[in-house]
Ligand binder design. Structure first.
Ligand code: FMN
Length: 309
């Protein structure tokens, strides 16, 4: 039996369940030298804002045990650049493209969503990066508040009618299901779990934080158990909600952990910096696992975790 790797999440059809995670793949131009972009399940592009953002001061990345810290500050060239330059180029590569929207106010999210909807492109879906500070709420992160999460999702869904919308949640909360519930009630078609975990590292020779911004987001294998737990917690409450699992996926085994916990697809982030060809290798490993075990369809594995007996 030839395994079928195709998956469908809230109408988002992917040739295989492995996407490149936002912010770790740009818009795919650099990676295209190493792989065929259409062989990926999809490319979740760097988060975009209404106007270009220059990001935070450097240094803004550093290595940590089994991971890395970053505080890039969503450096990006803005939605107009994405629509005029990146999206046509990605479409010419036949890539499946997921846009990622960020903003410092609900209004900014809505304006970007409106531009995307008005452009009426072949874009496959939209992820909402709500791990950004809300300037209208004393810089509190949207995804740390059930009400702010709901407001962004509801407002975006009101204008972005033609694409599935995935709310990307933060692990830096006491209850991920609580935030997930408000995102779903507000109309999110699916969830992306998880964004990076707050962290900090100190250079003892200078007695300064290793990142210019002080704190940053931890990613890579160090956070995978947190991602698996988050996916499991949400999937057992809402088994029919499509989840893009992300956090520390380097190999097919890592991806299968998230899939068995309940993710219908996975995104690979930090591993792209180690090996730009990581995504197709992970997809190939999933295919091998399925072929060896006589699994015909990825859906058979989603949430197949055995908890008893
Ligand atoms: C350098 C870097 C930049 C990132 N930028 C974004 C971003 O712009 N938007 C976003 O939603 N997530 C961003 N992320 C988070 C990743 O998309 C991913 O959710 C997270 O890193 C966990 O996956 P990983 O452990 O495989 O990297 C970034 C991560 C890294 C390491």
């Amino acid at each position: 039996m030839t395994p079928d790797l195709a998956v469908t999440l809230a109408g988002l059809r992917l040739a295989n369940p492995v996407l490149a995670a936002s912010g770790t793949f740009g818009a795919g131009r650099e990676a295209a030298a190493f792989l065929d972009l259409k062989a990926l399940g999809g490319v979740i592009v760097k988060s975009m804002t209404l106007t270009p953002w220059s990001g935070k001061p450097t240094p803004r990345m550093c290595e940590t045990p089994s991971g890395m810290l970053n505080a890039i500050g969503i450096q990006n060239k803005g939605v107009e650049h994405f629509l005029a330059e990146d999206l046509p180029w990605l479409s010419a590569q036949d890539a499946t493209v997921v846009a990622s929207i960020a903003g410092n106010s609900v209004d900014e999210f809505v304006k970007v969503a409106h531009r995307i909807e008005a452009a009426n492109t072949s874009l496959a879906a939209v992820e909402l990066n709500i791990s950004c500070p809300n300037l209208e709420d004393r810089n509190h992160i949207f995804a740390h508040s059930a009400s702010a999460t709901a407001e962004v999702v509801r407002s975006v869904k009101a204008v972005l009618r033609s694409k599935p919308v995935f709310a990307k949640l933060s692990p830096n909360v006491t209850s991920i299901p609580l935030i997930a519930e408000s995102a779903l009630e507000a109309g999110a078609d699916g969830l992306s779990l998880i964004n990076t975990v707050f962290g900090m590292a100190v250079d003892v020779s200078t007695r300064r934080p290793k990142l210019a911004g002080g704190m940053g987001g931890l990613s890579g294998p160090a956070i995978r158990p947190i991602a698996v737990r988050a996916v499991h917690e949400v999937h057992r409450l809402w088994p029919h909600v499509p989840i893009i699992g992300q956090g520390g996926v380097q190999t097919a085994t890592d991806a299968l952990e998230l899939i068995m916990a309940g993710a219908s697809a996975v995104a690979v982030g930090t591993a792209n910096f180690v090996d730009p060809g990581a995504c197709p290798k992970v997809a190939g490993g999933i295919r091998d696992y399925m072929a060896a075990g006589g699994v015909g369809d990825v859906a058979e594995l989603v949430g197949c975790l055995k908890l008893e007996g």
